[in-house]
Design a protein around this ligand. Structure first.
Ligand SMILES: Nc1ncnc2c1ncn2[C@@H]1O[C@H](COP(=O)(O)OP(=O)(O)OP(=O)(O)O)[C@@H](O)[C@H]1O
Length: 350
């Protein structure tokens, strides 16, 4: 089959090391959703490599989460494999950072984006999948640039619980010390990259940068980065330094970060908001399986998504609010089931 048989090519949105990304529309449908089709040429690849790419595409199709780009389908056409995925209209986090033109985000804005990235990553890690290429270019945004979507798992690998993937892959700026030293890649290497992204959101520049590869590598191995400015709270600075710890075992797991005091209230807000998004308009979802309307607390947001992402990934089970008669404070005990993990949390206000 040729791509043009089924889809109308609108424009090229980007080029990666392995292929071209086309913005496309299904032919013959008036209001067809726009999708991205990534074309990966197969020529020169062995049958085993081709099978590996197809295996990756199958894996991507299985992932359903609001903070992960929706992968719909793949097919072989001409001499390429075409991967059909959700179109993120807001571009990349790298572009968003660049568009700030040096004006820092507020800490609350950074923490909202960061928490969403964490939730996407937590879902992947719960499936024993490491991202391996987490960077601001691979974090996409919806049209209003309020919701993030992790993407580009071209080099992700599904790990079984005992094995580690050890291939050295990645953009140099986000490589962890263990990777530059040729040691194996693991989930904690994703945490390092997460630290780099967190730093970049605060400082609008990369944590580890340099004129050339050896200069970057030197800084990574010494964990040498310019200190975070005074606009960053002590708690956030401490978290950055934990994520960018040279020793993997000192870096916290995603679940620990989601429930640490600095992040917990953001976790609850994002999970509860997403629960509300997913809980809305079930009839509409049933009749229009390709289109999902997402509403956020701050306003309405529309992104295209997979309808099943609502059910498995996020579930708010039980919210109990109890008011204290002795003070004006109140506590909210919440059991939030996010990405297969259950958080029993108590938020106190007042
Ligand atoms: N789903 C999408 N929605 C919107 N834009 C996208 C989408 N996927 C990719 N792009 C755009 O296309 C560019 C190229 O993406 P692609 O995944 O091919 O490569 P990459 O992430 O730059 O690098 P590589 O795959 O080589 O690691 C991205 O930087 C982004 O601007």
């Amino acid at each position: 089959m040729e791509l043009e048989d089924k889809f109308e090519k609108l424009r090229v949105v980007g080029r990666g090391a392995f292929g071209i990304c086309w913005l496309c529309k299904k032919k013959g449908e008036e209001n067809a959703e726009k999708v991205i089709i990534k074309m990966i040429p197969l020529h020169g690849l062995s049958t085993k490599e081709e099978q590996e790419i197809k295996g990756e595409a199958d894996l991507l199709r299985k992932m359903k989460h609001p903070m992960i780009i929706g992968y719909y389908d793949y097919f072989t056409c001409a001499d390429s494999i075409a991967i059909v995925m959700q179109f993120a209209e807001g571009g990349t986090l790298e572009n968003l950072i660049r568009d700030q033109r040096g004006v820092h985000f507020t800490e609350a804005t950074v923490l909202k984006y960061f928490t969403q990235i964490l939730l996407g990553l937590e879902y992947m890690h719960s499936l024993n999948i490491v991202h391996r290429d987490l960077k601001t270019q691979n974090i996409l945004l919806n049209k209003r640039r309020t919701l993030i979507k992790l993407s580009d798992f071209g080099v992700s690998k599904q790990l079984n619980t005992r094995s580690v993937a050890s291939t050295l892959i990645g953009t140099p700026n986000y490589l962890s010390p263990e990777m530059v030293e040729g040691r194996s890649y693991n989930m904690k290497s994703d945490i390092w990259a997460l630290g780099c992204v967190f730093y970049e959101l605060f400082m609008l520049r990369r944590a580890f940068d340099g004129e050339n590869l050896p200069a970057i590598v030197m800084k990574i191995t010494q964990q040498k980065y310019a200190p975070l400015g005074n606009h960053v709270s002590k708690e956030s600075r401490e978290l950055v330094s934990k994520l960018l710890s040279g020793q993997e075992e000192k870096r916290p797991a995603v679940k620990e970060i989601l429930t640490c005091p600095l992040i917990l209230s953001y976790t609850l807000t994002v999970v509860l908001d997403t629960g509300r998004i997913m809980g809305s308009a079930p009839e509409k979802r049933r009749t229009q399986p390709q289109q999902l309307t997402m509403r956020s607390r701050t306003g309405s947001d529309s992104v295209s998504g997979s309808p099943t992402s609502s059910t498995s990934a996020f579930r708010t089970r039980n919210v109990v609010a109890s008011h204290s008669s002795r003070s004006s404070s109140y506590s909210t005990a919440t059991t939030v089931q996010a990405a297969g993990s259950t958080y029993n949390t108590t938020v106190r206000k007042g």
